[in-house]
Design a protein around this ligand. Structure first.
Ligand code: KIV
Ligand code: ZN
Length: 391
Protein backbone atom coordinates (compact mmCIF):
# COMPACT_ATOMS: atom_id res chain seq x y z
CA UNK A 1 0.00 0.00 0.00
CA UNK A 2 1.31 3.44 -0.92
CA UNK A 3 1.77 5.85 1.94
CA UNK A 4 -0.76 8.34 0.57
CA UNK A 5 -3.52 5.75 0.00
CA UNK A 6 -6.44 5.93 2.43
CA UNK A 7 -8.32 2.64 2.61
CA UNK A 8 -12.11 2.95 2.52
CA UNK A 9 -13.81 0.51 4.89
CA UNK A 10 -17.52 0.49 4.21
CA UNK A 11 -19.81 -0.51 7.07
CA UNK A 12 -23.17 0.27 5.43
CA UNK A 13 -24.15 -3.39 5.78
CA UNK A 14 -23.15 -3.60 9.46
CA UNK A 15 -23.16 -0.29 11.39
CA UNK A 16 -25.57 1.18 8.82
CA UNK A 17 -27.94 -1.72 8.67
CA UNK A 18 -28.30 -2.04 12.46
CA UNK A 19 -30.40 1.15 12.45
CA UNK A 20 -34.15 0.67 13.03
CA UNK A 21 -35.97 0.56 9.70
CA UNK A 22 -32.81 -0.11 7.63
CA UNK A 23 -32.91 -3.91 7.86
CA UNK A 24 -32.12 -5.70 4.58
CA UNK A 25 -32.54 -9.29 3.49
CA UNK A 26 -29.65 -11.30 2.07
CA UNK A 27 -30.63 -10.67 -1.57
CA UNK A 28 -30.66 -6.90 -1.01
CA UNK A 29 -27.33 -7.06 0.82
CA UNK A 30 -25.76 -8.97 -2.06
CA UNK A 31 -26.78 -6.25 -4.51
CA UNK A 32 -25.32 -3.53 -2.30
CA UNK A 33 -22.13 -5.50 -1.61
CA UNK A 34 -21.53 -5.98 -5.34
CA UNK A 35 -22.07 -2.27 -5.92
CA UNK A 36 -19.61 -1.40 -3.15
CA UNK A 37 -17.03 -3.66 -4.78
CA UNK A 38 -17.60 -1.88 -8.09
CA UNK A 39 -17.38 1.49 -6.34
CA UNK A 40 -13.87 0.51 -5.27
CA UNK A 41 -14.10 0.23 -1.48
CA UNK A 42 -11.20 -1.69 0.07
CA UNK A 43 -13.14 -3.43 2.83
CA UNK A 44 -16.81 -4.40 3.08
CA UNK A 45 -17.97 -5.00 6.64
CA UNK A 46 -20.71 -7.45 5.76
CA UNK A 47 -22.28 -8.06 9.17
CA UNK A 48 -22.09 -9.44 12.67
CA UNK A 49 -22.53 -13.18 12.03
CA UNK A 50 -23.21 -14.33 15.57
CA UNK A 51 -26.10 -11.88 15.90
CA UNK A 52 -28.60 -13.93 13.83
CA UNK A 53 -28.73 -16.82 11.35
CA UNK A 54 -29.79 -14.32 8.68
CA UNK A 55 -26.71 -12.20 9.25
CA UNK A 56 -24.50 -15.29 9.15
CA UNK A 57 -25.97 -16.25 5.78
CA UNK A 58 -25.53 -12.74 4.44
CA UNK A 59 -21.84 -12.61 5.39
CA UNK A 60 -21.30 -16.07 3.96
CA UNK A 61 -23.06 -15.31 0.65
CA UNK A 62 -21.30 -11.95 0.31
CA UNK A 63 -17.97 -13.72 0.91
CA UNK A 64 -18.67 -15.98 -2.07
CA UNK A 65 -19.25 -13.22 -4.61
CA UNK A 66 -16.88 -10.37 -3.71
CA UNK A 67 -13.87 -10.31 -6.01
CA UNK A 68 -11.80 -7.29 -5.02
CA UNK A 69 -12.54 -5.99 -1.54
CA UNK A 70 -11.72 -7.70 1.76
CA UNK A 71 -14.87 -9.02 3.43
CA UNK A 72 -14.99 -8.31 7.13
CA UNK A 73 -17.15 -9.71 9.96
CA UNK A 74 -17.67 -8.09 13.35
CA UNK A 75 -17.33 -9.88 16.66
CA UNK A 76 -17.15 -9.06 20.35
CA UNK A 77 -14.08 -10.25 22.25
CA UNK A 78 -15.86 -13.56 22.73
CA UNK A 79 -14.54 -16.91 21.46
CA UNK A 80 -17.85 -18.10 20.05
CA UNK A 81 -18.40 -14.84 18.13
CA UNK A 82 -14.98 -15.26 16.56
CA UNK A 83 -15.56 -18.92 15.63
CA UNK A 84 -18.88 -18.05 14.01
CA UNK A 85 -17.38 -15.09 12.14
CA UNK A 86 -14.56 -17.27 10.82
CA UNK A 87 -17.10 -19.82 9.57
CA UNK A 88 -19.13 -17.11 7.84
CA UNK A 89 -15.97 -15.81 6.15
CA UNK A 90 -14.91 -19.28 4.96
CA UNK A 91 -15.39 -18.48 1.25
CA UNK A 92 -13.98 -14.94 1.30
CA UNK A 93 -11.03 -14.27 -0.99
CA UNK A 94 -9.68 -11.72 1.50
CA UNK A 95 -11.28 -12.41 4.92
CA UNK A 96 -10.92 -10.03 7.87
CA UNK A 97 -12.15 -10.53 11.44
CA UNK A 98 -13.01 -7.31 13.29
CA UNK A 99 -12.90 -7.97 17.00
CA UNK A 100 -12.68 -5.68 20.00
CA UNK A 101 -13.84 -4.44 23.35
CA UNK A 102 -14.75 -1.17 25.10
CA UNK A 103 -11.70 0.62 26.53
CA UNK A 104 -13.11 3.78 28.13
CA UNK A 105 -13.46 3.83 31.91
CA UNK A 106 -17.21 4.11 31.48
CA UNK A 107 -17.37 0.94 29.35
CA UNK A 108 -14.98 -0.93 31.63
CA UNK A 109 -16.92 -0.04 34.75
CA UNK A 110 -20.56 -0.06 33.61
CA UNK A 111 -20.58 -2.49 30.67
CA UNK A 112 -18.08 -5.05 31.88
CA UNK A 113 -17.79 -4.39 35.63
CA UNK A 114 -14.15 -5.09 34.99
CA UNK A 115 -10.66 -3.55 35.27
CA UNK A 116 -8.24 -2.08 32.75
CA UNK A 117 -5.92 -5.07 33.17
CA UNK A 118 -8.70 -7.56 32.49
CA UNK A 119 -9.78 -5.64 29.40
CA UNK A 120 -6.25 -5.80 27.96
CA UNK A 121 -6.21 -9.52 28.67
CA UNK A 122 -9.51 -10.08 26.84
CA UNK A 123 -8.39 -7.93 23.92
CA UNK A 124 -5.17 -9.89 23.49
CA UNK A 125 -6.99 -13.22 23.74
CA UNK A 126 -9.55 -12.15 21.14
CA UNK A 127 -6.90 -11.07 18.66
CA UNK A 128 -4.76 -14.19 19.22
CA UNK A 129 -7.79 -16.43 18.79
CA UNK A 130 -8.86 -14.59 15.61
CA UNK A 131 -5.34 -15.09 14.22
CA UNK A 132 -5.85 -18.86 14.38
CA UNK A 133 -8.49 -18.42 11.63
CA UNK A 134 -7.37 -15.49 9.46
CA UNK A 135 -4.25 -13.43 8.90
CA UNK A 136 -6.04 -10.08 8.69
CA UNK A 137 -7.36 -9.11 12.14
CA UNK A 138 -8.68 -5.66 12.92
CA UNK A 139 -9.04 -4.67 16.58
CA UNK A 140 -11.52 -2.01 17.74
CA UNK A 141 -11.12 -0.15 21.02
CA UNK A 142 -14.76 0.77 21.48
CA UNK A 143 -15.29 4.30 22.83
CA UNK A 144 -11.64 5.12 22.10
CA UNK A 145 -12.81 8.71 21.67
CA UNK A 146 -13.37 8.93 25.43
CA UNK A 147 -10.52 6.58 26.42
CA UNK A 148 -7.51 7.96 28.23
CA UNK A 149 -4.71 8.16 25.62
CA UNK A 150 -2.03 6.52 27.77
CA UNK A 151 -4.26 3.50 28.46
CA UNK A 152 -5.36 3.35 24.81
CA UNK A 153 -1.68 3.23 23.80
CA UNK A 154 -1.15 0.27 26.16
CA UNK A 155 -4.10 -1.60 24.64
CA UNK A 156 -2.86 -0.90 21.12
CA UNK A 157 0.65 -2.08 21.89
CA UNK A 158 -0.67 -5.31 23.41
CA UNK A 159 -2.93 -6.17 20.48
CA UNK A 160 -0.21 -5.37 17.93
CA UNK A 161 2.01 -7.89 19.73
CA UNK A 162 -0.86 -10.39 19.51
CA UNK A 163 -0.98 -9.93 15.73
CA UNK A 164 -3.55 -7.21 14.94
CA UNK A 165 -3.06 -5.80 11.44
CA UNK A 166 -5.43 -2.83 11.75
CA UNK A 167 -6.26 -0.74 14.83
CA UNK A 168 -9.67 0.87 14.82
CA UNK A 169 -9.95 3.96 17.05
CA UNK A 170 -13.73 4.57 17.20
CA UNK A 171 -15.25 7.78 18.41
CA UNK A 172 -18.25 5.62 19.26
CA UNK A 173 -20.30 8.40 20.83
CA UNK A 174 -19.36 11.14 18.34
CA UNK A 175 -17.98 13.28 21.14
CA UNK A 176 -14.49 14.29 20.00
CA UNK A 177 -13.54 17.59 18.44
CA UNK A 178 -11.53 17.26 15.22
CA UNK A 179 -8.37 18.59 16.89
CA UNK A 180 -8.79 16.18 19.77
CA UNK A 181 -9.38 13.18 17.51
CA UNK A 182 -6.42 14.11 15.29
CA UNK A 183 -4.26 14.53 18.41
CA UNK A 184 -5.30 11.05 19.60
CA UNK A 185 -4.12 9.49 16.34
CA UNK A 186 -0.87 11.49 16.54
CA UNK A 187 -0.36 10.40 20.15
CA UNK A 188 -0.75 6.74 19.21
CA UNK A 189 1.65 7.08 16.29
CA UNK A 190 4.23 8.60 18.61
CA UNK A 191 3.75 6.38 21.66
CA UNK A 192 2.90 2.85 20.55
CA UNK A 193 5.69 0.42 19.75
CA UNK A 194 5.09 -1.39 16.47
CA UNK A 195 2.49 1.13 15.25
CA UNK A 196 4.41 1.54 11.97
CA UNK A 197 3.50 -2.05 11.08
CA UNK A 198 -0.28 -1.62 11.31
CA UNK A 199 -2.94 0.58 9.78
CA UNK A 200 -4.71 3.05 12.06
CA UNK A 201 -8.40 3.37 11.28
CA UNK A 202 -10.89 6.18 11.96
CA UNK A 203 -14.44 5.14 12.89
CA UNK A 204 -16.37 8.29 13.77
CA UNK A 205 -20.01 8.79 14.67
CA UNK A 206 -21.92 11.95 13.90
CA UNK A 207 -23.69 12.83 17.14
CA UNK A 208 -22.34 16.39 17.05
CA UNK A 209 -22.11 16.57 13.26
CA UNK A 210 -18.33 16.12 13.27
CA UNK A 211 -17.84 12.60 11.90
CA UNK A 212 -16.42 13.72 8.57
CA UNK A 213 -14.22 16.43 10.11
CA UNK A 214 -12.91 13.97 12.70
CA UNK A 215 -12.10 11.30 10.11
CA UNK A 216 -10.25 13.83 7.99
CA UNK A 217 -8.35 15.08 11.06
CA UNK A 218 -7.40 11.43 11.70
CA UNK A 219 -5.97 10.80 8.24
CA UNK A 220 -4.11 14.11 8.30
CA UNK A 221 -2.39 12.80 11.43
CA UNK A 222 -1.47 9.50 9.82
CA UNK A 223 -4.45 7.13 10.00
CA UNK A 224 -4.78 5.29 6.70
CA UNK A 225 -8.28 3.82 6.85
CA UNK A 226 -11.68 5.48 7.22
CA UNK A 227 -14.75 3.51 8.27
CA UNK A 228 -17.87 4.98 6.78
CA UNK A 229 -21.30 4.32 5.30
CA UNK A 230 -23.16 5.39 2.18
CA UNK A 231 -25.32 8.45 2.97
CA UNK A 232 -23.79 8.47 6.47
CA UNK A 233 -26.41 6.07 7.80
CA UNK A 234 -25.70 4.43 11.14
CA UNK A 235 -26.50 4.34 14.86
CA UNK A 236 -28.23 7.49 16.18
CA UNK A 237 -26.99 10.44 14.07
CA UNK A 238 -25.06 8.08 11.83
CA UNK A 239 -21.52 7.27 10.80
CA UNK A 240 -19.03 9.17 8.67
CA UNK A 241 -20.50 9.51 5.17
CA UNK A 242 -18.36 7.70 2.60
CA UNK A 243 -19.19 10.17 -0.17
CA UNK A 244 -18.12 13.10 2.01
CA UNK A 245 -14.67 11.87 3.07
CA UNK A 246 -13.89 10.63 -0.43
CA UNK A 247 -14.78 13.99 -1.98
CA UNK A 248 -12.96 15.97 0.74
CA UNK A 249 -9.76 14.12 -0.15
CA UNK A 250 -10.36 14.49 -3.90
CA UNK A 251 -11.14 18.21 -3.69
CA UNK A 252 -8.10 18.94 -1.49
CA UNK A 253 -5.25 17.42 -3.52
CA UNK A 254 -2.58 19.29 -1.52
CA UNK A 255 -3.32 16.87 1.35
CA UNK A 256 -1.77 14.26 -0.94
CA UNK A 257 -4.19 11.58 0.22
CA UNK A 258 -6.02 9.36 -2.23
CA UNK A 259 -8.70 6.70 -2.25
CA UNK A 260 -9.50 4.04 -4.82
CA UNK A 261 -13.16 5.09 -5.12
CA UNK A 262 -14.71 5.60 -8.56
CA UNK A 263 -16.46 8.82 -7.56
CA UNK A 264 -18.70 8.82 -10.64
CA UNK A 265 -20.64 5.96 -9.03
CA UNK A 266 -21.33 7.81 -5.77
CA UNK A 267 -24.73 9.25 -6.65
CA UNK A 268 -26.17 6.01 -8.04
CA UNK A 269 -24.85 4.09 -5.04
CA UNK A 270 -26.52 6.59 -2.73
CA UNK A 271 -29.84 6.05 -4.53
CA UNK A 272 -29.45 2.27 -4.33
CA UNK A 273 -28.89 2.37 -0.56
CA UNK A 274 -31.62 4.96 0.02
CA UNK A 275 -34.17 2.91 -1.91
CA UNK A 276 -33.17 -0.52 -0.60
CA UNK A 277 -33.30 0.67 3.00
CA UNK A 278 -36.23 3.04 2.62
CA UNK A 279 -34.12 5.63 4.42
CA UNK A 280 -34.55 9.06 2.79
CA UNK A 281 -31.59 11.39 2.25
CA UNK A 282 -32.10 14.96 3.45
CA UNK A 283 -32.23 17.34 0.45
CA UNK A 284 -29.36 19.45 1.78
CA UNK A 285 -27.10 16.43 2.40
CA UNK A 286 -23.56 17.12 1.10
CA UNK A 287 -22.68 15.45 -2.23
CA UNK A 288 -25.79 13.29 -2.70
CA UNK A 289 -28.73 15.41 -1.46
CA UNK A 290 -31.26 16.62 -4.03
CA UNK A 291 -30.12 20.21 -3.48
CA UNK A 292 -26.37 19.53 -3.39
CA UNK A 293 -25.97 20.97 -6.90
CA UNK A 294 -29.14 23.08 -7.09
CA UNK A 295 -29.05 26.87 -7.18
CA UNK A 296 -32.10 28.98 -6.48
CA UNK A 297 -31.13 32.51 -5.52
CA UNK A 298 -30.75 34.99 -8.34
CA UNK A 299 -27.21 36.03 -7.41
CA UNK A 300 -25.96 32.44 -7.27
CA UNK A 301 -27.79 31.43 -10.45
CA UNK A 302 -26.35 34.32 -12.39
CA UNK A 303 -22.86 33.33 -11.25
CA UNK A 304 -23.25 29.63 -12.02
CA UNK A 305 -24.70 30.31 -15.47
CA UNK A 306 -21.69 32.53 -16.26
CA UNK A 307 -19.22 30.06 -14.77
CA UNK A 308 -20.07 26.99 -12.66
CA UNK A 309 -17.04 27.48 -10.42
CA UNK A 310 -18.41 30.73 -8.97
CA UNK A 311 -20.64 28.75 -6.60
CA UNK A 312 -19.62 25.11 -7.04
CA UNK A 313 -16.43 23.62 -5.63
CA UNK A 314 -16.81 20.36 -7.49
CA UNK A 315 -18.13 19.20 -10.83
CA UNK A 316 -21.45 17.37 -10.31
CA UNK A 317 -20.40 14.91 -13.02
CA UNK A 318 -17.51 13.81 -10.79
CA UNK A 319 -20.02 12.30 -8.37
CA UNK A 320 -22.38 11.01 -11.04
CA UNK A 321 -24.88 13.89 -11.05
CA UNK A 322 -25.49 14.84 -14.66
CA UNK A 323 -25.69 18.60 -14.22
CA UNK A 324 -26.23 21.46 -11.79
CA UNK A 325 -29.88 22.39 -11.34
CA UNK A 326 -31.06 25.94 -11.79
CA UNK A 327 -34.24 25.93 -9.71
CA UNK A 328 -36.72 28.72 -10.43
CA UNK A 329 -38.23 30.34 -7.35
CA UNK A 330 -39.39 33.85 -6.47
CA UNK A 331 -35.74 34.57 -5.53
CA UNK A 332 -34.50 33.75 -9.05
CA UNK A 333 -33.40 36.42 -11.48
CA UNK A 334 -33.69 37.07 -15.21
CA UNK A 335 -30.53 35.10 -16.03
CA UNK A 336 -32.00 31.94 -14.54
CA UNK A 337 -35.33 32.37 -16.28
CA UNK A 338 -33.63 32.96 -19.65
CA UNK A 339 -31.40 29.91 -19.04
CA UNK A 340 -34.25 27.56 -18.18
CA UNK A 341 -36.48 28.95 -20.96
CA UNK A 342 -33.71 28.29 -23.48
CA UNK A 343 -33.37 24.70 -22.23
CA UNK A 344 -36.98 24.04 -23.17
CA UNK A 345 -36.83 25.89 -26.46
CA UNK A 346 -37.39 29.62 -25.97
CA UNK A 347 -34.70 32.08 -27.01
CA UNK A 348 -35.77 35.45 -25.62
CA UNK A 349 -34.84 38.98 -26.64
CA UNK A 350 -34.17 41.49 -23.87
CA UNK A 351 -37.67 42.98 -24.17
CA UNK A 352 -39.33 39.56 -24.20
CA UNK A 353 -37.33 38.56 -21.13
CA UNK A 354 -38.54 41.65 -19.24
CA UNK A 355 -42.15 40.77 -20.01
CA UNK A 356 -41.60 37.11 -19.20
CA UNK A 357 -39.91 37.94 -15.92
CA UNK A 358 -42.86 40.03 -14.68
CA UNK A 359 -45.25 37.18 -15.55
CA UNK A 360 -42.88 34.67 -13.96
CA UNK A 361 -42.75 36.55 -10.62
CA UNK A 362 -46.54 36.49 -10.34
CA UNK A 363 -46.50 32.68 -10.66
CA UNK A 364 -43.37 32.27 -8.52
CA UNK A 365 -44.84 34.19 -5.59
CA UNK A 366 -47.64 31.62 -5.43
CA UNK A 367 -45.48 28.50 -5.77
CA UNK A 368 -42.44 27.00 -4.04
CA UNK A 369 -40.83 26.26 -7.39
CA UNK A 370 -41.70 27.08 -11.01
CA UNK A 371 -41.32 24.03 -13.21
CA UNK A 372 -41.32 23.66 -17.01
CA UNK A 373 -45.14 23.86 -17.24
CA UNK A 374 -44.99 27.20 -15.45
CA UNK A 375 -42.40 28.47 -17.93
CA UNK A 376 -44.68 27.47 -20.83
CA UNK A 377 -47.49 29.45 -19.16
CA UNK A 378 -45.22 32.47 -18.87
CA UNK A 379 -44.24 32.21 -22.53
CA UNK A 380 -47.86 32.30 -23.63
CA UNK A 381 -47.93 35.79 -22.15
CA UNK A 382 -44.90 36.95 -24.11
CA UNK A 383 -45.83 38.53 -27.43
CA UNK A 384 -44.97 36.50 -30.53
CA UNK A 385 -42.79 34.15 -28.57
CA UNK A 386 -44.01 31.10 -30.50
CA UNK A 387 -42.36 32.54 -33.63
CA UNK A 388 -38.94 32.52 -32.06
CA UNK A 389 -39.21 29.20 -30.27
CA UNK A 390 -36.08 27.26 -31.14
CA UNK A 391 -36.87 23.71 -30.13
O1 KIV B 1 -18.92 2.65 16.97
C1 KIV B 1 -18.22 1.67 17.32
O2 KIV B 1 -17.45 1.72 18.26
C2 KIV B 1 -18.39 0.43 16.55
C3 KIV B 1 -17.47 -0.68 16.86
C4 KIV B 1 -18.24 -1.94 17.09
C5 KIV B 1 -16.46 -0.83 15.78
O3 KIV B 1 -19.20 0.38 15.66
ZN1 ZN C 1 -19.85 2.39 15.05
Amino acid sequence: MQDNQVQIFDTTLRDGEQVPGCKLDTAQKLVIAERLDLLGVNVIEAGFPVSSPGDFTSVSEISKIIKNASVCALTRAVENDIKVAAAALKYAKFPRIHTGIGTSDSHIKFKFNSTREQVIERAVKAVSFSKTFVEDVEFYAEDAGRTDNAFLAKVCEAVIKAGATVLNIPDTTGYCLPEEYGAKIKYLRENVRGIENVILSCHCHNDLGMATANSIAGVIQGARQIECTINGIGERAGNTALEEVVMVLKQHPYLNLETSINTKLLYDTSILVRESMGMPVQPNKAIVGANAFAHSSGIHQDGVIKNRETYEIMDPEDVGVTESAIVLTARSGRAALAYRAKKIGYELTKIQLDIAYDAFLIIADKQKEVRDEGIHEVMKKVNKVSKIAVA
